[in-house]
Design a protein around this ligand. Structure first.
Ligand SMILES: [Zn+2]
Ligand SMILES: [Zn+2]
Length: 143
């Protein structure tokens, strides 16, 4: 029993030393693995991120606001880029604002977090009411 414990301890010591010596390489490897995981599981990672953002709306909004305040230049650039890349989407969204939402999600019947979904941005008035979860799924399928 005693010997076993000693071995365990030594291994931990060794790991710590190993980590200290190869910190950069280990970090690089972890990052690489994370990147690979992201590329392989893009859809589920993005869905998870959206789920997290939906559940932590206040935290996410605050973080966004802080970022905007600290990096107004970057935020503006990012927003301009977004508008440039999605002019149809922006136009369709503002036109569809006049169309009232239905009382529940048209896929699952959920009554919370309802949003307008465009099947095509060149048909701004063709929308369906979806809950945010089903909505993200539709977009992940599309892109
Ligand atoms: Zn739904
Ligand atoms: Zn949509």
């Amino acid at each position: 029993m005693k010997i076993k414990e000693k071995k365990k301890f030594n291994k931990r010591e060794y790991d710590r030393e190993h980590y200290r010596r190869n910190r950069k390489a280990i970090l690089r490897k972890t990052q690489k693995r994370r990147r690979e995981y992201y590329h392989k599981n893009k859809e589920s990672v993005r869905l998870q991120q959206r789920e997290y953002m939906r559940k932590n709306k206040e935290k996410t909004n605050k973080r966004r606001k802080d970022y905007r305040e600290k990096n107004p230049e970057n935020a503006r650039k990012y927003y301009n880029k977004y508008c440039r890349l999605n002019p149809e989407k922006r136009k369709a969204k503002s036109l569809a604002r006049k169309i009232p939402l239905k009382s529940s999600c048209e896929i699952c019947g959920d009554k919370d977090n309802l949003q307008r979904h465009h099947w095509r941005y060149d048909k701004p008035f063709l929308i369906n009411t979806l809950c945010s979860t089903r909505h993200s799924v539709q977009h992940l399928k599309k892109f």
